[in-house]
Ligand binder design. Structure first.
Ligand code: NI
Length: 251
């Protein structure tokens, strides 16, 4: 079930069956010469929507598609929040969902740069309850799609070299599978991009001139992307079910 294609009365009925919602979350940022700007929000959205297309009854919320991308602002098309804005916005998404009765909110993340701030947002939300000496009323979970069961092994096997950490062939393959009409080609020099630290946008662009970090995106194919999505969906279904079964000691 997709929240944005449902009515309020359908959500009322859903809440009688389940208190769980999956929220894809990512970032809109440059992904090298051939990676789509939406890659980091498209990947979790593609996986969550594929779970829905497979017949899952789990509710999938709208994709939170702008995240922590300040270091990519040297490349046109990148849109970023600062950490404080991102943390505040996650807080209001969770408070909105919790106000309706959602008790388990599962964020399926597509961007490594989001992790620290999502965790900080969770801590802010739990702190509100702790300082008020009341139960939070909800449990939050962060899962990166590349950490879903079986994905690391599969990706290591597919891309023993040239995977890297940004504009990776695995994430680009996933978007190629889902959007075959938007596959881009370019020459790469060097074939495998360099690695290094992440600082501000000017430093990033000087250090990583075409936007890649340690990756060789030409290794991506739509077929490999389809395999990754299949394994990710199976993992997501299991992880979400486990989260829903988790005991609430206050109940
Ligand atoms: Ni990415």
């Amino acid at each position: 079930m997709l929240l944005h294609l449902s009515t309020w009365s359908e959500i009322t009925d859903y809440l009688k069956r389940s208190k769980l919602v999956v929220v894809p979350i990512g970032s809109n940022e440059q992904h090298g010469p051939t990676g789509l700007l939406g890659t980091d929000w498209l990947c979790p959205e593609i996986i969550a929507h594929e779970m829905h297309k497979g017949g899952s009854e789990v509710l999938v919320g709208p994709t939170f598609n702008i995240g922590m991308a300040q270091h990519h602002l040297g490349f046109p098309g990148t849109i970023s929040l600062r950490p404080s804005t991102f943390i505040a916005a996650i807080g209001d998404w969770v408070r909105s969902l919790a106000a309706h009765g959602f008790e388990r909110i599962y964020f399926l993340n597509g961007h490594g740069g989001n992790i620290a701030s999502i965790e900080a947002a969770f801590s802010e939300l739990y702190a509100e309850a702790s300082f008020a000496k009341r139960p939070a009323g909800f449990s939050l979970k962060l899962a990166n799609w590349w950490d879903l069961p079986g994905i690391k092994e599969l990706v290591n096997e597919m891309f023993p070299t040239g995977h890297g950490s940004h504009a990776t062939p695995s994430e680009i393959a996933v978007t190629q599978w889902a959007y075959p009409d938007h596959i881009k080609r370019a020459g790469y020099s060097p074939e495998i991009a360099g690695t290094g630290p992440i600082r501000e946008a000017a430093d990033f662009r000087a250090r990583f001139p075409d936007g890649r970090m340690g990756s060789h995106p030409a290794l991506a194919t739509p077929q490999l992307g389809g395999e990754i999505v299949r394994v990710a969906v199976a993992g997501l279904i299991n992880e979400v079910a486990a989260f829903e079964r988790e005991k609430n000691p206050l109940a």
